[in-house]
Design a protein around this ligand. Structure first.
Ligand SMILES: Cc1ncc(COP(=O)(O)O)c(C=O)c1O
Length: 406
């Protein structure tokens, strides 16, 4: 292994959202406990990104900064090399994050009261982006089969043709169920939505985190020019290289009218440039860290195999769903027959396991937990040891019997 995927960065007490959530649940939690929740990584930042940030600080001042040619070249070249399509420079707009971009798109492209389709269980800010902007959530839950999750195309067609839907927020790859939608699935969705002129807000933030054997296709590479007029694709380095804290993402909007409506909504919030660190971090990541990403994928695949080996069909019949993309395996705890809140308490206080409760992603997720396996393998092993030791304990039986432990 060329890069360091073994050292745990020191994040406790640094304001890390993930670590603070664990510590606010239990301030006495041991120094050895690492949370496996919020989707950022427990790996040290790749050296070229650190070097680029040092260079920036050492060489210039930190005034207002616009994207440079080097920034756009890095973004376009990455899409060409990793994803096999060539966006045009004028399509690219920047945003402090994908979530802010989704809020902006919903605001700019739909009217209050309009329907926006989401497909739960799904990343919960999708619901927030619709509800908090005064629009209406139209739910088209994914279908769970023995072989994993599928899109309910009949349901989608019904909602798309209902007259109330103006847009869909698509998660591709899908957090939290770990699906990398196939070309055929994306093509079918594209046809249904384009036929009735829905805007497709496609969140591809996990597009670089694809497990061996699977291929991600950006929706824009499958769309005709006419279909692309109503599609926006969100990408970012924040998952790929764990740069969420630098707050820079790139949104591709080919349609001129769509782009100008999006930009007007963005600027009406007083938002213009990114912070100077975001450009430097993203440019270094895309230009100099591809080999780091290749190795990361191997580590994630190894961690996922470990999770399957230790949990699938074990500990009372847990089921680890297939992970095609993301670093967030979805694990079915339904066989425990435990209330979701009691399960959470048991996991926190007995197993010292801080995961993301599946209920956050919609009622469909109530039986599930989302693991974050972007951590050193020894961290995951220790977490699984704790779960194994806690399974079957008196506290486990009490939670299973519906008893609330203090
Ligand atoms: C599907 C999805 N979209 C967006 C985000 C967050 O994006 P950002 O931090 O760029 O707002 C996440 C983070 O977990 C995510 O999983």
């Amino acid at each position: 292994m060329t890069f360091d995927f073994e050292t745990l960065p020191a994040r406790r007490g640094t304001g890390s959202s993930k670590w603070d959530a664990m510590l606010s649940d239990d301030p006495t939690v041991g120094e050895d406990i690492v949370p496996l929740s919020v989707a950022d990584m427990e790996f040290v930042t790749p050296q070229p990104i650190k070097d680029a940030l040092h260079r920036l600080i050492d060489s210039t001042s930190l005034g207002y900064t616009d994207p440079t040619d080097a920034f756009f070249d890095a973004v376009i070249s990455w899409q060409q090399r990793r994803h096999g399509w060539t966006p045009k420079r004028e399509w690219i707009v920047t945003s402090p994050g994908v979530v802010p971009a989704l809020y902006t798109a919903v605001r700019g492209l739909t009217e209050p009261g309009d329907g926006v389709i989401i497909q739960p269980p799904v990343y919960y800010p999708f619901t927030m982006a619709v509800e908090r902007t005064g629009r209406t959530v139209l739910r088209n839950p994914l279908i769970k089969t023995d072989d994993g999750y599928r899109i309910d195309f009949e349901g989608l067609e019904r909602l798309a043709n209902s007259g109330s839907a103006k847009a869909i927020i698509l998660c591709s790859p899908h957090n939290p169920v770990g699906r990398v939608w196939t070309e055929e699935e994306l093509g079918r969705l594209l046809a249904i939505c384009s036929d009735v002129g829905l805007y497709i807000l496609c969140d591809e933030i996990h597009n670089d985190l694809i497990m061996p054997g699977y291929t991600h296709r950006t929706l824009l590479s499958l769309a005709t020019e006419e279909q692309a007029e109503r599609i926006l694709v969100c990408t970012s380095c924040s998952k790929t290289f764990s740069l969420a804290g630098t707050q820079g993402s790139t949104i591709f909007i080919p349609g001129e009218e769509m782009r100008s409506r999006y930009e007007a909504a963005h600027q009406s919030q007083g938002l213009f440039q990114l912070n100077a660190f975001a450009y430097a971090a993203l440019t270094a990541a895309y230009n100099e860290c591809e080999d780091w990403l290749d190795e990361l994928i191997d580590v994630l695949a190894r961690n996922y195999s470990l999770l399957v080996e230790r949990l699938h069909g074990r500990l009372g019949g847990l089921r680890v769903l297939k992970l095609e993309g993301t670093y967030l395996p979805w694990v079915d705890f339904g066989a425990w027959g435990m209330d979701a809140e009691l399960r959470e308490r048991f996991l926190h206080h007995e197993a010292r396991l801080y995961l993301d409760s599946g209920k956050m992603f919609g009622d469909e997720g109530a039986d599930y937990e989302r693991f974050n396996i972007a951590c050193p393998t020894w961290v995951l092993e220790a977490a699984l040891d704790r779960l194994e030791a806690a399974y079957g304990s008196p506290a486990f039986e009490a939670a299973r019997n519906g008893e609330v432990q203090s």
